[in-house]
Every structure is written in C-alpha cells, then in structure tokens.
Design a protein around this ligand. Structure first.
Ligand code: UTP
Length: 300
C-alpha cells in the first residue's frame, strides 16, 4: 500500500509579549520590554521581521496591560506619514510605511501573566488545527537564515514539534528549559526529557531552549492539563514534557546568536553589537568605545 506523506506547512506564528518584564523594572512599569529599542528599532520588530523573512504572514501577538505601544508601533501613522511627505523625507517615510505593511498582525490579550504556556494557549482559536511557530517577543536571534526558518525546515522533514536549542554554560542552565536528548542527525536531537529551569546541580544537560519553537496543535490539549508551577505560571516546557509521553519531540541546534532583551546584560550586548554592525554607526561608535578604553584594548 502506498503511504502518502502529508507535508504540513507552517502558516501562522505566535509571539508571546505579555510578560511583566520584572528583571527590567522600573522601565517596564509602563514600557513593554518588547518595545525596548536596539538603537532605533524596537525589539519586537526584529522578531516580526524574522517571521516574515521565514515566509509567514499571519502573526498573533499576545499582549497585556501596558502593552498598547506594541499595537501602535505596527499601526499606520497618518500624521507622521503626512508630515514626512510634506518635508519630502522619502527614506524615513518609506521605513515608517514599511512597518505597518510588514505582516497581517492580530492581537489577543492575556489578562494575567500566568506564564508562557498560558500565553500560547490564548492563541488557540486563532491557530485552530495547524502546526505553528512560537517566538518569544523579547529574544532577538541574529543569523543568516532566520532562526525560525531553520526550525521550519526541520519540521517539514520530521512533522513533529521542534525546539530551538543551543548549549549554554553550566551555571546558566537554571534560567532555561533544559533538554535531555540524543543526537540523531547533524544538529538534530531526539528529546528524551525536559525540565523547566533546573537547579544547575540537577541539570541533566547543558542544552537549553532559547525562545523558538515549531509545535503541532496537539500542544493545546497538553497545555489544558498542565498545572501551574510553584510561581503560579503554566510553563510551555511542562506541557511539552507531557506531550513526550505520546509524541516525538525533536530539538534543533540552530545557527545564530541569541540576545535575551529581558535581561540587562542581554539587552546591553544586543545594542552594542548591533551598533557595531551598522554601516552608518560602526566607525564613530568604535572610535567612541576606543576612547573609553584609553586605547588600551583598541577595537579594529
Ligand atoms: P519571560 O519569562 O522572559 O518574561 O518570557 P517575563 O515573565 O516578562 O520575565 P521577568 O522574569 O518578569 O523579567 C518570555 C516571553 O514570554 C512572554 C514575555 O513577554 C516574553 O516575551 N510572556 C511571559 C507572556 O506573554 N506571558 C507570560 O505570562 C509570561
């Protein structure tokens, strides 16, 4: 009998952006951390561009109270566009117009910050029965091929959930979902077990989930039965761990550098490295950094 392989396409992405951002208080009291600028572009625009550059147009952003700036940023700005047109500032006008035409954006509110898993569950009726991508709204990943596209390519081969992972320092694993797994192919692991934020001593590996996932819609039935953790949050890692009992889950060691904007050092390194990579800024910025180090560690 001929067995037909049905290739499921990833057409939708969920960007959870409703977290409280407590690590960056007080700025996150009114400003969403996802709107923090990396020089002159808000963090979440990098994430939306990663999705669009991966061929996905339909995006749902999970927002919450004090997150309205996200919707405003991607909306059309009539007054600003008219003013830029009047001043004949064509380059800026084009860049502003481009933002509101990037993708088909949808929004849903997570009324309370009950965890990443709960935020993803808020997208259930938008997603329906299709596989979909998940990208943390506060993680920027710099790479040649967009990170989520790398995961989508692996999903198309395996038709199972794919977690975006990289090795982290042993003393850092307690910040992440930790993956116990076996290597099955170049950069691809079969997941055996998952642990959300293990204590460094208890961690069974140094492989961490870094804010990118492609999952099948079965995840919603596992999120429904996932109990809140000791902080009252429903964790996506815990739902995936349950899913492992009946489904295959894979992890992909993606190529790229990840910046956690929700963490002070992550935010600082993203700004510095981005500025150093920009043609319009790098020379002056290097000179400035050199002046700070009094020439002792000159950058070239
Ligand atoms: P984080 O754990 O980094 O966000 O979640 P947080 O809870 O805001 O962090 P701190 O510890 O308080 O600083 C990763 C992504 O998931 C979203 C966040 O906005 C972030 O983009 N998230 C997290 C939600 O949408 N809802 C939640 O309940 C929690």
């Amino acid at each position: 009998m001929c067995r037909m392989l049905i290739r499921l396409k990833i057409k939708k992405a969920v960007i959870p952006a409703a977290g409280l951002g407590t690590r960056l208080l007080p700025v996150t009291k009114v400003l969403p951390k996802e709107m923090l600028p990396i020089v002159d572009k808000p963090t979440i625009q990098f994430v939306v561009e990663e999705v669009v550059n991966s061929g996905i147009k339909d995006i749902i952003i999970i927002t919450g109270r004090n997150k309205r700036a996200i919707e405003d940023h991607f909306d059309k700005s009539y007054e600003l566009e008219a003013e830029l047109e009047r001043k004949n500032n064509i380059n800026l006008l084009e860049s502003v117009k481009k933002i509101s035409n990037l993708a088909k954006l949808h929004y849903v509110r997570q009324k309370e910050s009950l965890g990443l898993g709960h935020a993803v569950y808020c997208a259930k009726s938008f997603i329906g029965n299709e596989p979909f991508a998940i990208l943390s709204g506060d993680d920027i990943i710099k790479s040649g091929v967009p990170c989520i596209k790398q995961l989508i390519d692996v999903f198309e081969e395996y038709n199972s959930c794919i977690l975006g992972v990289q090795k982290v320092l042993d003393e850092e694993i307690h910040k992440y979902g930790c993956v116990e797994c076996d290597l099955v192919s170049e950069k691809i692991y079969k997941v055996k077990n998952l642990f959300e934020k293990p204590k460094s001593n208890d961690a069974l590996s140094d492989i961490a989930i870094l804010g990118r996932y492609v999952v099948t819609s079965e995840i919603f039935s596992y999120l429904e039965i996932t109990k809140p953790d000791s902080n009252g949050e429903i964790q996506l890692t815990d739902a995936l761990k349950k899913m492992l009992e009946k489904h295959d889950v894979y992890a992909y060691n993606f190529v790229g550098k990840r910046y956690d904007i929700g963490d002070k050092m992550g935010y600082l390194s993203a700004i510095v490295e981005h500025a150093l990579s920009r043609e319009d800024l790098k020379d002056d910025f290097k000179k400035y950094l050199n002046s700070l180090t009094y020439g002792a560690h000159a950058l070239h």
